[in-house]
Design a protein around this ligand. Structure first.
Ligand code: FHN
Length: 436
């Protein structure tokens, strides 16, 4: 079996799941100015580590997080085990810069794994390849290191081999000590303009020793699904070993399905924020996406064969912001009656309709109606192809009709929608069982 076929088998559950929770949490929740605060404000290690001394999420209860994810209809979750600041939310034997050495003395990752597994939610780990705490990660001249312009670091020696060994060891720990892990979400490869010609010019692929890393991971967790940010090319006829199992567009909706060089669909997942920030920020209530927007983004992804991973950024006390909770609970309400049009669905061969989107699973076609239009509701090109039609949410029958004013649309199928307004203005889903 080639890598393309192996990838397809490994990602079967992933394509069924479609919807996940991203969780960005760490020391940066205290400054509450986003997870890049150390880089953006060029904070020294000494100043940033005051947050390490202070960190004590007294209200951290991942059981509540897991219940929210379940209520929202999410089938998997991805937690930052280490973000770019290098702080580890797990009890690593390779560093003291970890949650078990803070006031809380807790292995936050272990509690997350246990709580989400308890709810039957697949477990994902985000792991930053960048590390702004580790002494052997390039500082001066790096594209985003907090000390990138600090003259005192100019010419500093970095034992890169030591850093690569460090992070490979941590990945081994994460895939050994916490049971079955379903997703590894690495972040991210990049180029260093100012370090052209040095070993740090291309922070990608073999600079990370990516092939060795993936080989080790597959030995430990053969079925684990990996993202594409180690730097390999997932679109080749025979994908690179380190290309991962899905491509990961971020905060930008792709025009369509992700295709490889042979035009074959490859798994993809859109990751996005709820409020324009990954890590916790305060007082940004007005920046939260509407429930309608979140539903439409999820439908859009599935209509193009994609997944959606939407983010929550818990605060320094360990709580998911109430705005996020409210939105995800309402999305969950919609999912309760309509998840058949999401889970295991993908793109339809039918042209995108003017009134909304189609998702499809086998001969079950789901019409996501955002715009009521006028009169009998028209499904272009479906005349003679429909076995039965139901409102998905309550399973009630809708009857096919040939309206007096449909003369110009003989190839189209019509159903009578009694009222002038949609049952659910955000997205009313009609289930169409096709004849074949
Ligand atoms: O730099 C990170 C960012 O903080 C966040 O983790 C996102 C989530 O995908 N990834 C990187 C930016 O692309």
């Amino acid at each position: 079996m080639g890598l393309f076929e192996e990838r397809a088998k490994r990602t079967e559950w992933f394509l069924e799941a479609r919807f996940g929770m991203f969780i960005h949490w760490g020391l940066y929740a205290i400054p509450a100015r986003g997870e890049w605060v150390k880089s953006n404000e060029k904070i020294t290690a000494e100043d940033y580590d005051s947050y390490f001394e202070e960190f004590n999420p007294v209200r951290y209860n991942p059981k509540e997080w897991a219940k929210l994810a379940k209520e929202a209809g999410m089938k998997y979750a991805v937690l930052t085990t280490k973000h770019h600041d290098g702080f580890c939310l797990f009890d690593s034997a390779y560093t003291d810069y970890k949650s078990t050495n803070t006031k809380c003395k807790r292995d936050l990752v272990r509690e997350y794994v246990e709580a989400f597994r308890e709810e039957g939610i697949k477990i994902g780990f985000y792991y930053s390849l960048l590390d702004w705490h580790h002494p052997d990660y390039p500082h001066y001249g790096d594209r985003q290191h907090p000390m990138r312009d600090e003259e005192s670091f100019k010419g500093a020696e970095h034992n890169w081999k030591n850093y690569v060994e460090y992070f490979h060891n941590q990945v081994r720990e994460l895939l050994t000590n916490y049971g079955k892990i379903d997703i590894m979400w690495f972040d991210f490869s990049y180029d260093n303009e100012r370090l052209k010609g040095t070993e740090f010019e291309h922070m990608s692929g073999e600079t990370w020793k990516a092939k060795e890393l993936v080989t080790m991971m597959r030995e430990l967790q053969p079925d684990i699904v990996i993202d594409n940010r180690l730097g390999g090319d997932a679109r080749k006829e025979e994908p690179d070993l380190h290309a991962g199992d899905f491509v990961s567009p971020e905060c930008m909706m792709p025009d369509g399905d992700a295709l490889d060089v042979l035009g074959r669909s490859i798994p993809w997942e859109l990751c996005l924020t709820l409020n324009e920030n990954w890590g916790y920020v305060r007082n940004k209530a007005w920046e939260y996406k509407s429930v309608e927007n979140v539903i439409h983004m999820l439908v859009e992804c599935v209509s193009k064969n994609g997944n959606m991973l939407i983010n929550v950024g818990p605060n320094a006390k360990g709580e998911i912001p109430k705005e996020s909770i409210g939105i995800l609970r309402e999305v969950g309400e919609w999912m309760k009656g309509n998840s058949d049009s999401i889970y295991g669905c993908g793109k339809s061969e039918l042209e995108k309709p003017e009134w909304g989107r189609y998702t499809q699973r086998g001969n079950m076609l789901y019409a996501h109606i955002y715009d009521r239009r006028v009169g009998a509701f028209r499904f272009p090109g479906l005349e003679g192809k429909v076995k039965k039609v139901r409102f998905l949410e309550d399973g009630s029958e809708l009857r096919l009709v040939r309206p007096w004013n449909g003369e110009d649309h003989k190839k189209d199928a019509f159903v009578e929608l009694e009222n002038a307004k949609l049952y659910d203005e955000r997205d009313t889903v009609i289930e169409i069982e096709l004849k074949s």
